[in-house]
Ligand binder design. Structure first.
Ligand code: ZN
Length: 271
């Protein structure tokens, strides 16, 4: 197992138990068009419009529950025609890794142009002391890269890529049909609104805060109906989702709990 996978599966869960930092939506239908699968602490989102099915992110490598959870929401991952990665971290892109079975095998994969550097390991994911953590995900060539602001149309679904660097340098948010915003790991959400995503996971938290301010400025918030996050569920209170984006929740503070309603440990196996 690579260092970053070990970090994601064994270190993070222990560090974050009881802090309420991670509260993904349970597998199910969220809105008219959007459903999700929960894998431990993260969501894969599916957007359906007519015959067209697309996905945001692919979850973990070898997650044992993927097909069972997809079946619960009536989704066949082999029918996903386009899959949009917010970024290349193992909890988002792992499901496409070539060293495991890729259940999204008919999807055209899209990711940010800059994010490709993590797949090629021309960028380190994070420096921890003298160690540069490398990304551990390898995906099949043939994916398409998206530039900031670029729009693609799949069936009747319009997807706009918005570069929001900070968590990773090529992290994208996706605005779908001008009404649904998928923020990946840029925003952490609780009952008080949206915050800058947790510092420890970010490549550059200051940059993430600046990127979120820029994102808010370039969006027409009055047209957006829902804001989705990858680790903290979603909200229809769009203004609130941007309320605290210049503040990083301090998980190191003793006794601090970000979201009282979050599971104690998202990685615990359900009995
Ligand atoms: Zn993540």
């Amino acid at each position: 197992m690579s260092l970053i996978d070990y970090f994601a599966i064994h270190v993070v869960p222990k560090m974050y138990r009881g802090k309420g930092a991670l509260h993904p939506s349970e597998t199910g239908r969220l809105t008219e068009a959007v459903s999700c699968v929960r894998e431990y602490d993260v969501n894969i989102f599916f957007i359906r419009k007519g015959e067209t099915l697309i996905a945001i992110d692919s979850g973990y490598k070898n997650h044992p529950g993927l097909l069972k959870e997809c079946a619960k929401i009536g989704v066949d991952p082999a029918k996903v025609s386009a899959l949009f990665l917010t970024h290349a971290d193992p909890d988002h892109a792992g499901g496409l890794d070539i060293h495991q079975e890729n259940h999204f095998n008919n999807a055209v994969v899209y990711l940010g142009e800059i994010e490709e550097n993590y797949l090629n390991n021309t960028y380190h994911r994070k420096k921890i002391g003298p160690f540069g953590l490398k990304n551990s995900v390898t995906i099949q060539k043939g994916y398409r890269v998206l530039q900031d602001g670029e729009t693609v149309t799949i069936g009747d679904i319009k997807i706009q890529a918005l570069l929001v660097p900070g968590h990773t340098l090529g992290h994208l948010c996706y605005l779908i049909d001008d009404t649904m915003l998928f923020t990946g790991d840029s925003i952490a959400l609780n009952k008080d609104g949206g915050w800058c995503f947790f510092d420890i996971f970010n490549y550059d938290s200051k940059l993430n805060k600046e990127s979120l301010v820029r994102l808010r400025e370039r969006l027409d918030l009055s047209r957006i109906r829902y804001v989705f996050t990858s680790h903290n569920g979603y909200t229809d209170d769009v203004r609130k989702a941007f309320m605290h984006i210049d503040v990083i929740p301090d998980l190191k503070q003793k006794g601090y709990v970000f979201d009282e309603t979050a599971p104690y440990d998202c990685f615990a196996v359900k009995g």
